[in-house]
Design a protein around this ligand. Structure first.
Ligand SMILES: NC(=O)c1ccc[n+]([C@@H]2O[C@H](COP(=O)([O-])OP(=O)(O)OC[C@H]3O[C@@H](n4cnc5c(N)ncnc54)[C@H](OP(=O)(O)O)[C@@H]3O)[C@@H](O)[C@H]2O)c1
Length: 286
């Protein structure tokens, strides 16, 4: 395996490109203009010639707007659910290997401890369901594929950490839900772990994230503390008060212990968020 194809150039796609280039692995990035996942029937012809024996294909592109997916169910399922199966089949036929990215939102309410990969999913939202369909479709088309579940991603792009930091810098009060607990994941660490797992030939479902769990409000306070902002600007609210279109699980912390046995301990969330905030302050992150 010495060639990689990265589909999608969002937060994770960019981080993967950096990780692969750092390892001197030949890497091609395919953006939406060259591969539209909403047209699954055209995917095989688009991938022809880009994937050969040994190519590792990282499918990062997805319909990632969780709330918008509630009103655009058909599109979300086509992009997140149907397209991954078509990509998996095309990749397997060409002799490559697929790495598909999924989410903690495949899980529903009722969990109180980190959720191991083998627990039965029970998505609450269209987004969560569409990603679960994607997992199943990818696995059905290529049983040897690698599926990596992530949560709370932050990197080059729009994300929770950046938004809170920007609003605190502007002196705004930021109201954040305190009844949803999750794990954050830097795109940098997600990319490193994904390439590592792929190059070790791992298959099946693996879960990746930073050490430490908090509510989104807890992360807001962490960001305030690390960036020197007034922590009182971060105010706890409930999901009911926020009233977003998509329902989210109240506890969706992924159990990363098996991945840590394989790769060693992940960085602590305080350290990784701190490093990211320093990059934002210096203007180093796009
Ligand atoms: N962000 C999170 O917190 C999070 C959490 C758990 C799992 N994940 C999963 O991790 C993966 C990477 O997430 P991310 O944060 O890097 O996403 P992102 O920054 O939102 O980037 C998504 C990429 O997908 C592309 N895309 C969207 N719709 C497409 C379509 N119909 N056809 C082709 N390309 C399309 C986007 O292109 P445009 O820029 O042209 O729209 C963009 O390049 C996704 O599979 C996501 O479901 C993310």
């Amino acid at each position: 395996m010495e060639r990689a194809l990265v589909i999608g150039y969002g937060q994770l796609g960019r981080a993967l490109e950096g990780e692969l280039m750092g390892r001197r692995i030949s890497c091609l990035v395919v953006e939406r203009s060259a591969l539209e996942l909403a047209e699954p029937e055209r995917i095989p012809e688009r991938l022809a010639g880009l994937v050969g024996p040994g190519t590792v294909v990282f499918l990062t592109a997805a319909f990632t707007n969780v709330d918008r997916a509630e009103g655009e169910q058909r599109l979300a399922v086509r992009v997140n659910g149907v397209a991954p199966g078509v990509v998996a089949q095309a990749v397997a036929q060409a002799g490559g290997r697929l790495v598909f990215f999924s989410t903690d939102y495949v899980f529903g309410h009722g969990h109180r401890e980190p959720i191991p990969p083998e627990v039965d999913p029970s998505p609450l939202s269209v987004y969560g369901l569409s990603k679960l369909i994607g997992e199943l479709a990818a696995k059905a088309a290529d049983p040897g594929c690698l599926i990596i579940r992530l949560s709370g991603l932050f990197g080059a792009g729009k994300n929770f950490v950046r938004t809170v930091w920007e609003r605190l810098r502007a002196g705004e009060v930021v109201r954040i839900v305190d009844d949803q607990t999750t794990r954050l994941t830097s795109a940098r660490v997600a990319a490193w772990a994904s390439v590592e797992l792929a190059w070790r030939g791992r298959r099946g479902v693996w879960q990746v994230g930073l050490r430490g769990e908090r509510s989104w409000f807890g992360y807001g306070r962490l960001i305030a503390g690390l960036s020197g902002a007034d922590p009182e600007l971060v105010v706890p609210i409930t999901s009911r008060e926020l009233n977003r279109p998509a329902e989210r699980p109240n506890y969706s912390v992924l159990d990363i212990s098996r991945t840590e046995v394989e790769l060693g301990p992940f960085p602590r969330v305080e350290d990784e968020v701190g490093a990211y905030l320093r990059e934002l302050e210096s203007g180093a992150t796009g």
